[in-house]
Design a protein around this ligand. Structure first.
Ligand code: FE
Length: 182
């Protein structure tokens, strides 16, 4: 199976899983994140990153309520590592960094932490809490940090019940352009 079909299959089989603690499924969440990326005229790579940013949740076999058991699924590493075989850092780095980007925003944007969902606040603690000053400075040195912060904001928005967005199939041409079989 080629990688694009594999991605479609992952969403078909696991995409209807709940995004625990949020009012949308995994598929709805990815589609909404991609939609918000597109609305801001993000590059094809970043739209694909938004669509696939939580693919780690579709690959791992941990229970959906892992955070309730104090488990950090480290889904950002799993997703980034899996995708590395098929695409470059413009896609994988914002995905790998979308969790640190939350820790970054909590440290640098006073309003940001206040609007996080309860589930997101719960996972923040497991992920290490807000960045310290030296971690903020380090993060800003990463060439993909702006893309990661943008992805994070789309991620946080992408939790709207019943929002009408383009279907997964509409992203196939872009997935085919951005993802290459190893
Ligand atoms: Fe997400």
């Amino acid at each position: 199976m080629n990688v694009v079909d594999e991605v479609m299959e992952l969403f078909a089989t696991r995409g209807h899983d709940a995004y625990v603690g949020e009012p949308v499924s995994q598929l709805e969440h990815g589609l909404q994140a991609a939609y918000f990326a597109e609305r801001e005229r993000a590059s094809d790579e970043l739209v694909v990153a938004a669509l696939l940013h939580d693919i780690g949740h579709l690959i791992h076999k941990l229970p959906e309520d892992a955070a309730d058991h104090g488990i950090d699924t480290r889904h950002e590493h799993l997703g980034g590592a899996w995708l590395k075989r098929y695409c470059g850092p413009e896609v994988t780095e914002p995905i790998r960094l979308h969790v640190p980007a939350k820790r970054y925003l909590c440290a640098t944007d006073a309003e940001y932490q206040a609007q996080l969902s309860p589930a997101s606040i719960q996972s923040l603690a497991l992920q290490g809490g807000p960045f310290k000053a030296d971690e903020v400075a380090d993060f800003e040195l990463n060439p993909h940090f702006r893309a990661a912060v943008a992805l994070r904001r789309w991620d946080d928005l992408a939790k709207i019940p019943n929002l009408e967005v383009p279907p997964l199939e509409s992203y196939r041409p872009r997935l085919e352009r951005v993802l290459r079989d190893a």
